[in-house]
Design a binder for this molecule. Structure first.
Ligand code: 5AD
Ligand code: SF4
Length: 445
């Protein structure tokens, strides 16, 4: 009987992708998978460390799994960023953990699990690598319209608030050839959209002698026959050469959407965060993007960073109002182990003030997003049909180029996932467009 693994993912899209890598590594070595924790021999979770909230969810789930372990022998493994970040601290807090593996240790997972399953020994692998890109492993993907491809791993930016350089190590890019081969394989399997992933995706450079940069890679992936849409995330505002903006503005299969993390609208905060741009630089980049046409811009903002004053928060608030992002993720600053901010600055904004600032930004952005979406009422938008809507199996769901969710009744027209559909928008909320399919024109003879 093969050993059965239950595998749960927390965190970002890169973690979703890593879980697909882990599935492939384990399947190759004879493991099977189950969607029922109660039926599993091995319980694995792929964890995130980006904010304290991510840690709290993992502690909660570990407590549940510990209870399960009391009733029968089961191996518990913690993978990913939180494992890498906390290491021994996590093992000490949870004696029930049998296996701990960081993001660069997944090739060793079969051995680590064997050690725990057969010898009943704790197995730990948390060394970061300077070269591991997993480019020889084809991730095990569920069928679907979208597929992730990690094109680079790690980050050398060392933004002072961010734990990623410590959990995912030094930045390294995967060879362009292996990325393009994977994109061809994905198209052949019926995936219609590819999302290129990296912690600092636009600083991608294919190893020598190839040397292709991110703009070139983006265009090459979008040229793969069968791939209809390419998305990418997450970039740093520092690396936006004109050639990259040109590809986004001009290539018909690159989505006209740029996620552009702002973090703060205050120059003192940006400097303390180590972001290497000013408010003016950021606004100039937004202007540059918008001069090239209708390209949606979304962002990330942190409220309540170390020593942030009311006026500095107001600078962020005003800038968010001025720029009118399509959407924004708003985060409460959460001090992280190892980071420069933790060593250098006091985390002194009271919790209640942080919460209030987050709420104010969130409310502001909701209004802005709703206004953007309401402007589309009456217009036609093009989507790739992705699957059933979250809230109703009687509705289809897809996204616009700008990554806005669109929902419509299935009865209205026969579609299948992967089809392109034109939807006339008749209603809009801050997060979703609602509409009816526009009948396709008969092909010209
Ligand atoms: N606290 C709050 N938000 C954070 N982010 C990264 N680190 C932290 C932190 N310590 C946010 C940033 C980043 C996004 C992925 O998460 O806005 O762009
Ligand atoms: Fe979380 Fe960042 Fe790791 Fe993704 S890379 S899992 S967001 S800590």
């Amino acid at each position: 009987m093969p050993r059965r693994v239950y595998l749960q993912t927390f965190g970002c899209q890169m973690n979703e992708y890593d879980t697909e890598l882990v599935r492939s590594v384990l399947r190759d070595r004879g493991f099977a998978f189950t969607s029922e924790p109660a039926a599993a021999d091995v319980l694995l979770m792929n964890t995130c460390a980006i904010r304290e909230h991510a840690h709290a969810r993992v502690h909660g789930r570990l407590a549940q799994w510990k209870t399960l372990k009391r009733t029968r022998p089961v191996v518990i493994g913690v993978l990913g960023c939180m494992a890498q970040n906390l290491k021994q601290e996590l093992l000490d807090a949870h004696p029930a953990i049998d296996v701990l593996a960081g993001p660069d240790a997944y090739r060793r997972l079969p051995e680590l699990l064997a050690q725990a399953l057969e010898r009943r020994e704790r197995a730990v692998a948390v060394e970061l690598s300077e070269y591991e890109t997993y480019d020889t492993i084809l991730p095990e993907r569920a069928p679907g319209v979208n597929a992730w491809i990690a094109i680079m791993r790690g980050c050398d930016n060392f933004c002072t608030f961010c734990v990623v350089p410590y959990t995912r190590g030094r930045e390294r890019s995967r060879p362009a050839r292996s990325i393009l081969d994977e994109a061809h394989a994905l198209a052949a399997r019926g995936h219609r959209q590819v999302t290129l992933l990296g912690q600092n995706v636009n600083s991608y450079r294919s190893p020598a002698p190839d040397g292709r940069d991110f703009a070139e890679l983006l265009a090459d992936v979008a040229d793969v026959p069968g791939i209809e849409r390419v998305r990418w995330t997450s970039p740093h505002p520092r690396d936006f050469p004109p050639a990259l903006l040109d590809v986004v503005a001009q290539h018909p299969r690159v989505c006209r959407h740029i996620h552009l993390p702002l973090q703060s609208g205050s120059d003192r905060m940006l400097d303390m965060m180590g972001r290497s741009y000013t408010r003016r630089d950021y606004v100039a980049l937004v202007d540059d993007i918008r001069r090239r046409g209708d390209i949606a811009i979304t962002t990330d903002v942190i409220a309540g960073f170390c020593t942030e004053t009311d006026d500095e928060f107001r600078d962020t608030y005003d800038l968010v109002r001025e720029i009118e992002f399509q959407s924004a993720y708003v985060f409460k600053y959460s001090e992280r182990k190892h980071t420069i901010a933790r060593r250098k600055f006091p985390d002194d904004v009271p919790e209640a003030v942080k919460s209030e600032r987050v709420t104010r930004l969130f409310d502001l952005q909701r209004e802005i997003s709703a206004a953007h979406n309401r402007r589309l009422i009456g217009a036609d938008v093009t989507v790739l049909v992705e699957g059933r809507a979250k809230k109703s199996s009687r509705q289809w769901m897809g996204h616009t180029d700008a990554n806005v969710t669109v929902v419509w009744d299935k009865d209205a027209a026969p579609f299948a996932p992967g089809d392109r559909a034109t939807i006339q928008v008749n209603d809009a909320s801050a997060s979703t467009l609602f509409g009816v399919p526009v009948p396709a024109l008969a092909p010209a003879v």
